[in-house]
Design a protein. Structure first.
Lengths: 134, 243
């Protein structure tokens, strides 16, 4: 048997915990969209390209859309719903490739996203080199 | 039931237990760590997308798991201390802080080293990384609180409360990759299976166990020193220290 004063302490702690959990929950809910590291093409198109600030755009690099000329790269980023053309000057990360995730930071110039920095996002799958060749 | 457990948690008994266990545990952990490192670095095949760099996973993931588990453990200790006033749980809470801090540092540093060649950046304020950074600050805060009050008892109570409240960050770290758009990828190992190929996966639990042994031995030494700080002048502990 748990003594009564101990039981009271457990209730108090439980109440305390529920209170803090709900505070944190509402704070996170209020910040919801600000915590996202990047916007998706759908987010941008839904807002009718009305983004004048710097922001980050993420999604998958569309297959067959990468065009390289010297240092300039152009490709289409898609979330399998909407797509946006990105142009970028600079060095691409090693894991940048078609059908793979990417997060670009920069700003919109008309309907084209001018990227200043490109980060590669990889997935959670790991498999040996040989297996993939088969 | 409480009485049966309490019998084994008397401070001199705990002190003696760790005196016996610490060195063998450290030895086992180090041997396991070196075997696993050899396997991870030389035996396992390279990954199809990330090539060689993915091998840092075998340090990064166990450290991440421990940084979170240790915090949950501390919160449980704090809860038990506040309700039952058991000295040993306050001692355990204090002994785990520095350990958790080290693991969190390992996660962040190995993650940064991993991030540069794969993502293209050392650091980005993405939800997973930011919440882990907050965990680091929580550990530093607890470490600082340890010596901030006049009496042991107040310190223990404050530490317990802070540990319990801070535990809210743990589910946030865990689910940050699902709730928000993040650069960090989703979990590889879930209840529905693993997306790490079986040929590479088996080293991970072995590494986890080795980390566990090393952590346990450091934890034991911390507990011993904490007991000496509190009860070093008592006759029983004094006899144990002097052999």
């Amino acid at each position: 048997m748990i003594r009564k004063n101990r039981l009271n302490k457990i209730y108090l702690l439980g109440f305390f915990l529920i209170a803090t959990i709900s505070i944190v929950y509402f704070v996170l809910k209020a910040l919801d969209k600000n915590i996202d590291l990047y916007l998706t093409p759908t987010d941008v198109i839904e807002s009718n390209y009305e983004m004048n600030n710097q922001f980050k755009l993420g999604g998958m690099v569309k297959e067959g859309s990468v065009k390289k000329t010297d240092l300039e790269v152009e490709f289409i980023v898609t979330d399998f719903n909407e797509e946006i053309l990105i142009s970028y000057q600079g060095i691409l990360p090693n894991l940048f490739k078609e059908n793979s995730g990417v997060v670009a930071s920069g700003s919109l110039d008309g309907n084209i996203f001018k990227a200043k920095e490109i980060l590669a996002k990889h997935d959670e799958n790991y498999m040996p080199v040989k297996l993939e060749e088969k | 039931m409480y009485k049966y457990i309490a019998k084994y948690l008397l401070l001199p008994k705990v002190f003696r237990f760790f005196g016996v266990v610490v060195l063998p545990s450290l030895f086992t952990g180090l041997v396991g760590f070196f075997i696993c490192s050899y396997l991870a670095l030389f035996v396992l095949p390279a990954d199809a997308t990330q090539q060689e760099i993915y091998r840092i996973l075998f340090v990064h993931v166990p450290a991440a798991i421990f940084s979170e588990l240790i915090y949950i453990f501390m919160a449980c200790c704090g809860f038990i201390y506040l309700v039952w006033k058991t000295k040993i749980s306050a001692i355990m809470l204090r002994s785990a802080i520095s350990l958790g801090l080290v693991f969190t540092l390992i996660v962040l540093i190995s993650g940064a080293i991993w991030g540069k060649p794969t993502w293209g950046t050392y650091w980005v304020w993405d939800a997973r990384i930011t919440s882990t950074f907050i965990l680091l600050i929580q550990y530093i805060g607890l470490l600082a609180l340890r010596t901030s009050f006049n009496t042991m008892q107040t310190t223990d109570q404050i530490l317990s409360i802070v540990a319990i409240v801070g535990a809210i960050n743990i589910p946030i770290i865990k689910f940050s990759v699902n709730w928000w758009n993040t650069l960090h990828q989703n979990a590889s190992i879930t209840f529905s299976g693993s997306s790490i190929d079986a040929e590479m996966l088996y080293v991970l639990p072995l590494m986890l166990i080795s980390f566990g042994f090393i952590a346990f031995s450091i934890f034991g030494r911390n507990i011993q020193s904490e007991i000496i700080i509190r009860q070093g002048s008592s006759k029983k502990i004094g006899e144990l220290i002097n052999g």
